[in-house]
Write a protein that binds this ligand. Structure first.
Ligand code: HPA
Ligand code: ZN
Length: 322
């Protein structure tokens, strides 16, 4: 485990709201006067049995309602960085879901200010650099996605990229073409969740229509040999999340994950935690889980190297992270 924790790595698929531990959610609910339908920590913890993506999203969005102030967002980010500072994370590219916070009555600029303050402190305290990815919640009304983009355009350089998350099936990537075009014009990188519960055709859609530079999850690409060749030749990384896939029952067991198959075909794979407070582990736990099913230290080291290669940092910084 120590060797896995020491591998220098970047975390590229991490929803900051998915780092909200149940203890902190209850504390925030009390501090902020938010009523949750759970009488105790034990009762809340009993809800972490998921049957699919939606069953997780229901709890994830409910607990997000406890986040109210810039300080809450700063503390959330700092709690994440404190955890991964002992797990080899040198750089993190972090999703946040502004449409949900706005629907909860918050100002997107306040949310960003809190997160950015936490990220700034983490750089000073732990030497971990990071960037924010504004993630479109694909099953909320499209106007709400457009409206958060409009609200933060004037501070475009505070954002590293645009992403696409939440309920996948029925919400194909091309529905968001205009928002991704606009993001490109603002200088933002482009990533999208595709091929988690959705089919390989959604991955192709994200590449063709959103010009995604990385695909989040992407594991259903394995059903399309031509797509695997394309991912390899165009050097499009997949940000995979093993413990997430198991907990959301995308696979029955970790052995069913097609990571080695895809890696052998030249696809660039990296390993991440997705929503660690919900899926039973932070990034090093995901590496450990792969080691337990037979991935060698040198294979795991190559995932870690690929994570740094797949990040959006400049080449100068990249060299210092390895
Ligand atoms: N998939 C889609 N949406 C999400 C996820 C995920 O794993 N985590 C948070 N939002
Ligand atoms: Zn995700």
């Amino acid at each position: 485990m120590a060797a896995l924790e020491q591998l220098p790595k970047a975390e590229l698929h991490l929803h900051i709201e998915g780092t909200l531990e149940p203890e902190l959610a209850l504390e925030l609910a009390q501090r902020n006067g938010v009523a949750l339908p759970y009488a105790s920590l034990e009762e809340l913890k009993g809800k972490y049995q998921f049957t699919n993506l939606q069953s997780f999203l229901d709890l994830y969005y409910e607990l997000m309602g406890t986040l109210k102030t810039a300080q809450d967002f700063r503390d959330l980010a700092l709690a994440y960085f404190a955890k991964v500072s002992t797990q080899g994370v040198r750089h993190a590219e972090i999703f946040f879901d502004p449409q949900v916070h706005v629907a909860n009555g918050l100002d997107v600029n306040m949310v960003m200010d809190g997160l950015l303050e936490g990220m700034h402190i983490a750089k000073e305290r732990y030497g971990i650099t990071s960037g924010l990815i504004l993630s479109i919640v694909r099953d909320m009304p499209l106007e709400t996605a457009q409206s958060v983009i409009d609200s933060v355009k004037n501070r475009a350089s505070d954002i590293l990229g645009i992403g696409l998350d939440s309920a996948e099936v029925g919400y194909p990537p091309h529905l968001f073409t205009k928002q991704f075009q606009e993001a490109k014009a603002l200088g933002w990188h482009r990533v999208a969740h595709a091929g988690e519960e959705g089919p390989a055709s959604y991955v192709i859609d994200a590449l063709d229509n959103l010009h995604a530079e990385r695909i989040d999850h992407g594991i259903h690409s394995v059903t399309d040999p031509e797509l695997l060749k394309r991912l390899a030749s165009e050097r499009i990384p997949l940000t995979t999340c093993p413990l997430s896939n198991r907990r959301l029952q995308v696979v029955g067991s970790l052995d069913e994950l097609p990571l080695r198959n895809m890696m052998d075909q030249g696809v660039l794979i990296n390993v991440n935690s997705d929503d660690p407070a919900y899926f039973g582990g932070y990034i090093a736990d995901n590496y450990k889980a792969l080691s337990e099913i037979g991935f060698t230290l040198s294979e795991l080291a190559s995932f870690a190297e690929h994570s740094i290669d797949a990040s959006f940092i400049g080449d100068d910084q990249r060299r210092t992270l390895r």
